[in-house]
Design a protein around this ligand. Structure first.
Ligand SMILES: [Zn+2]
Length: 608
């Protein structure tokens, strides 16, 4: 929302605002270009407006063309006021030495209105008297001197008169105006004219402000842009609003409401005074031919001259403020604890980042928050791949140790695949943690007492047992099938995904479980014939979890050209029977679902 015509672009298009640095528009020709050293105006200019110059040739004296007439009149009166012209022995203006204030006294509308005996007393401009803040820090420093802020110079600056134009500052409920002075360095050489003594500074130049003692600089009330300024209290409110989810568009609405309310209140005072009549004797006591001046609209430059900056302007000020303090924020963030963390990707912020050839530069902002909800880290990512932010996590771990914090004990994420990455980055997450099986509360599954477990080691034992299984198949009944349970184990190397040959196979048949170490056979690529016969027979159904895979491996290790058939995949069977939603369920879950028992799979035994 932008109320005045000028605010549509950046809020700085008011020609009454001379650019920071040197007012080349009204300075003598030879002084033009002063302050051309790098950073002359940049320090107070957000959003790259330092290069922005106003029109260079104008018919009206620049700076006063669009100032509200009430401001021009009051500004001239202020400059002529003894408060500024009369100096104490310490060269302080009376405003400082006697009134001990930076603010010029501003009459309250109440006193303007209570003496209204005549229509001419009811003068609307008297109701919106601008407020002025006079900033001349030189006599206020310890030794009464200002020093040239240009690196390597440090000469004592000379007074060079009062600035020709006031500087507008947007306050919470109204505007106010800064009156400044110009200081000249006697030593610096103007890089443009190659002349000495033409480099000048405004008293509110950020470099001057930075050189002042903090106890003085803190009383400067505004943060300035190229041509305008924002009251520090409003800036603090803006920062707080942005930090609490109120955007600059909403903030402009709030600011607009406050400014308009002030204008409307003054308008109402004016109307009430007319209604009260001369000397409070009633409206009927005004002479019949009395003409009252209209109370002009809020943004009328000839009247109240109200101004609300655009949201973009506020955003730029906010951004520049944040950028100015970026290293402080980073330092603060790096020192926060992270006992409990949370990690998430946001895709909202990246939508507001400029596109390159229509392509987003980043796809996500990965944020890490701590137990207090503070952001502990935020990283722009081009994808959600772990490689994008793993270095960031490691640097968080480093900073936690550097500042004496403990590593996180707990981490929340909406993606369980982050777990290995988080454990890698923060080893504390895996310390003293025993994974809990959700089915561990069920009765432990044990092999029934009437089932025997036999180790078949010799070739003879194997062949005999396999033959006994084959013998149960009726020769004359081709449709008869028998069922065996089948599983296989491999030697594994922790941390490696490659598998060696099958080391052990287990066959469960009727009331027997046979454990067969077959590593020595598979290593030679020759499984005993009995095993091959059982595995090849399509009439012997091999039941198991991932049994198809086991058969495939065994076939590749048995003899060239072997094909093993008859696999019955337990998980698929369970899915077909609508026991489980997906065929990826593990054996222990199947046991829990079907047998209501807990199948213990002790990792230390499985990998030993
Ligand atoms: Zn200098």
């Amino acid at each position: 929302m932008a109320l005045s015509k000028d605010s549509d672009e950046d809020g700085d298009a008011w020609d009454g605002m001379q650019p920071d640095g040197v007012g080349e528009d009204y300075m003598p020709e030879e002084e033009e270009g002063a302050d051309l050293d790098p950073g002359a105006s940049g320090s107070s200019v957000p959003c790259g407006q330092s290069g922005k110059k106003g029109p260079t040739s104008t018919s009206a004296p620049r700076g006063t063309r669009h100032l509200p007439p009430s401001v021009v009149t009051a500004f001239k009166a202020a400059l002529a006021s003894p408060l500024l012209t009369e100096k104490s022995t310490t060269h302080m203006p009376t405003l400082y030495s006697e009134h001990r204030s930076f603010w010029l006294p501003s009459p309250s509308p109440f006193f303007q209105l209570r003496v209204a005996n005549d229509a001419s007393d009811l003068n609307p401009p008297a109701l919106y008297q601008p407020r002025f803040f006079y900033w001349d820090p030189q006599p206020l420093t310890r030794d009464g001197s200002l020093y040239c802020p240009i690196s390597g110079c440090n000469a004592v600056l000379n007074r060079h008169g009062t600035l020709d134009h006031p500087r507008r500052v947007v306050g919470l409920e109204d505007l106010y105006w800064l009156i400044g002075v110009r200081c000249r360095c006697p030593d610096c050489i103007n890089p443009k004219t190659r002349k000495k003594g033409t480099v000048t500074f405004n008293s509110w130049d950020n470099r001057i402000l930075d050189s002042l003692p903090p106890s003085l600089a803190t009383f400067f009330p505004a943060r300035l842009t190229a041509r305008s300024g924002l009251d520090k209290a409003v800036l603090r409110l803006l920062c707080s609003a942005c930090g609490n989810g109120v955007g600059t568009k909403q903030f402009v609405d709030m600011l607009s409401n406050l400014h308009h309310r002030q204008h409307d209140e003054r308008h109402l005072l004016y109307l009430n005074s007319i209604f009260a009549g001369p000397g409070g004797r009633g409206i009927g006591k005004w002479p019949t031919d009395t003409i009252f001046e209209p109370f002009l609209k809020y943004s009328d430059p000839k009247g109240y001259g109200g101004f609300i900056p655009s949201s973009q302007w506020l955003r730029d000020i906010y951004d520049s403020f944040i950028e100015l303090h970026a290293s402080d924020f980073n330092q603060f963030t790096a020192m926060l604890p992270l006992d409990v963390g949370a990690l998430d990707h946001s895709h909202k912020v990246t939508k507001h980042i400029a596109l390159i050839d229509g392509v987003p530069t980043y796809t996500a902002l990965m944020s890490i928050t701590n137990q207090y909800g503070d952001i502990r880290g935020a990283y722009l990512c081009t994808s959600k791949a772990h490689s994008q932010f793993e270095p960031a996590l490691h640097s968080i771990a480093d900073s936690l140790q550097q500042y004496g914090h403990q590593l996180p004990q707990l981490f929340f994420t909406d993606n369980v695949d982050d777990a290995p990455l988080l454990k890698r980055s923060f080893p504390s997450l895996a310390e003293g943690v025993t994974p809990v099986d959700p089915n561990a509360s069920l009765p432990l599954f044990t092999i029934p007492g009437d089932v025997t477990v036999t180790l078949l080691y010799t070739t003879n034992q194997i062949e005999n047992t396999m033959k006994s299984i084959m013998d149960t198949l009726q020769v004359d009944d081709k449709d008869q099938t028998i069922v065996i349970g089948l599983d296989a184990e491999w030697n594994v190397r922790p941390g490696s995904s490659s598998l060696s040959n099958t080391a052990v196979m287990q066959v469960a048949f009727e009331k027997h479980v046979y454990v067969i170490p077959i590593a020595r056979f598979t290593a030679k690529g020759q499984l005993p014939r009995g095993i091959c016969a059982v595995l090849q027979s399509s009439r012997i159904l091999k039941v198991g979890r991932m049994v198809e895979n086991d058969l495939k491996c065994l076939a590749s290790e048995a003899r060239p050209g072997s094909v093993f058939t008859g696999a019955v995949e337990l998980a698929q069977l369970a899915k077909q029977r609508h026991l489980i939603p997906a065929a990826r369920t593990s054996l222990s879950e199947l046991v829990a679902l079907t047998l209501k028992h807990y199948l213990e799979k002790d990792q230390s035994i499985r990998v030993s």
